[in-house]
Write a protein that binds this ligand. Structure first.
Ligand code: ADP
Length: 306
């Protein structure tokens, strides 16, 4: 309700500005042109020219005001969506944790060790999703305020990638997907292992979220000339060319055409972009709707000084 009122107010401001500026501007321009056309001396031409230049200034100011108001409306909408998405994202694992904890607490599973173990495993998995989500919010805050301090070290990236795979495995149930890993990289890359771990984990979580029930995810790490390439591939819903160009922007989420909404806040890839940029690398996606996606991180190898 609050959100509706906010947008309505901003829309009316935009309409008032458009009408209030556009109509006087058109009338004054017409008056200026008529004054010039009918003038028989230089005085009339000067007055006409003054009217037109005054009108042009008013139009410019009106346009600026419109741009600022439009931006404010967009920010307000983004903020409302963000709060709704983050609440959903935190509440979903919390609800599952509560449900399984209540089941354990009720004692109904006291005589069933297998079910008890499954309950505990689910609680741990959901806690891991919550943990990653809160980490992501803190990283975003630090990144957007230029406060993120990276701890760079030159070493192969295999450990950071494997760390992400291990974390990912603790967040999903093994029978939910097929995960293939091909790790073939020895070259040294100057990187912050924790940051790279977070980026790869985000790609793995997305590959999981945006894929149907037969999930096939692949991670490949290889050396190529003076670069190290990390691919995360899935057989999921894929992306249109337009979406693929925008998903690295903060808060951007591709529309799902009425399909079931997947949790998310649209920050993971924006953080990934910023972190990889700070490693002098690039991150890109190759994808087609319905044909899966491959995200590729490309990092420069640090030359070893003899
Ligand atoms: P989130 O997943 O929290 O929304 P991200 O920044 O990680 O935020 O991703 C932005 C958007 O990019 C997602 O909302 C989704 O629309 C799209 N996306 C990301 N990864 C994939 C993928 N593997 N397959 C299809 N779409 C994806």
């Amino acid at each position: 309700m609050k959100r509706f009122r906010l947008n309505l107010n901003l829309t009316s401001v935009i309409v008032i500005l458009a009408v209030g500026v556009l109509v006087p501007v058109m009338l004054s321009t017409a008056a200026g042109i008529v004054a010039i056309a009918l003038s028989k001396d230089t005085g009339g031409v000067i007055i006409g020219a003054l009217i037109i230049s005054f009108t042009a200034t008013a139009a410019g100011c009106g346009l600026l005001a419109l741009v600022f108001t439009g931006r404010k409306a967009r920010l307000a909408r983004q903020q409302a969506d963000f709060i709704a998405n983050i609440s959903h994202e935190l509440r979903t694992p919390l609800s599952a944790i509560k449900l399984y904890a209540q089941t354990l607490h009720s004692g109904k599973l006291a005589d069933d060790p297998a079910q008890t173990a499954q309950c505990v495993a689910t609680i741990l998995r959901e806690t891991a999703w919550l943990d990653v989500m809160i980490d992501r919010l803190l990283t975003w805050r630090a990144t957007s305020k230029d406060m993120l301090e990276l701890s760079m070290k030159t070493q192969p990236v295999a450990a950071a990638v494997q760390g992400a795979i291990d974390r990912f495995n603790s967040m999903v149930s093994p029978d939910e997907l097929t995960l293939s890993v091909a790790m073939d990289s020895q070259l040294g890359v100057r990187h912050d292992a924790q940051a790279l771990n977070a980026v790869v984990l985000n790609l793995l979580m997305n590959a999981y979220k945006y894929t149907g029930t037969q999930k096939e995810i692949g991670v490949r790490v290889r050396d190529e000339d003076h670069r190290v390439i990390i691919d995360v591939e899935d057989n999921g819903i894929g992306l249109s060319t337009a979406d693929a160009q925008r998903i690295f922007q903060p808060f951007y989420r591709a529309a799902r055409n009425g399909k079931e909404e997947t949790g998310g806040i649209g920050l993971g890839l924006a953080i990934a972009w910023s972190l990889i940029e700070q490693h002098n690398g690039t991150i890109a996606v190759s994808s087609r709707p319905g044909e899966g996606s491959t995200f590729t991180i490309n990092l420069p190898v640090t030359e070893q000084t003899p």
